[in-house]
Design a protein around this ligand. Structure first.
Ligand code: FES
Length: 110
């Protein structure tokens, strides 16, 4: 697993939701109430772009059918029976980093 820098140091006092890419993956970087999360960008329900959604009460809301996903666990709201993948994220002095498997690690299985 490799760490990728995905954003410059950011002011976390303002919420944001951005589509980013790292390690060949499309991801969604979220700052909700000063807490950073990184999710897969594709909604597990029907593939909508979650970066076009919004946050409510610690959940990321999909813009298509308004399914909700917990920003810490990725678990869907009760009754959805699904989840979105969550990736490790760190706010470092020189920027924001996410940990994902690189395409080479996926190819070689290491
Ligand atoms: S595509 Fe996201 S809730 Fe349906």
């Amino acid at each position: 697993m490799a760490w990728y820098k995905i954003a410059e140091p950011s002011d976390l006092s303002k919420p944001f939701l951005k589509k980013i890419s790292a390690g060949g993956k499309s991801l969604c970087l979220v700052n909700a109430d000063g807490e950073l999360s990184v999710t897969a960008a594709k909604c597990p329900h029907a593939g909508a772009d979650l970066s076009q959604g919004w946050c409510e009460n610690g959940r990321l809301i999909c813009p298509f059918h308004r399914y909700a996903y917990d920003l810490k666990t990725g678990r869907g709201a009760p009754g959805q029976n699904d989840y979105v993948r969550i990736y490790p994220v760190e706010n470092r002095a020189d920027g924001i980093y996410v940990q994902v498997k690189s395409w080479l690690e996926k190819l070689t299985g290491k």
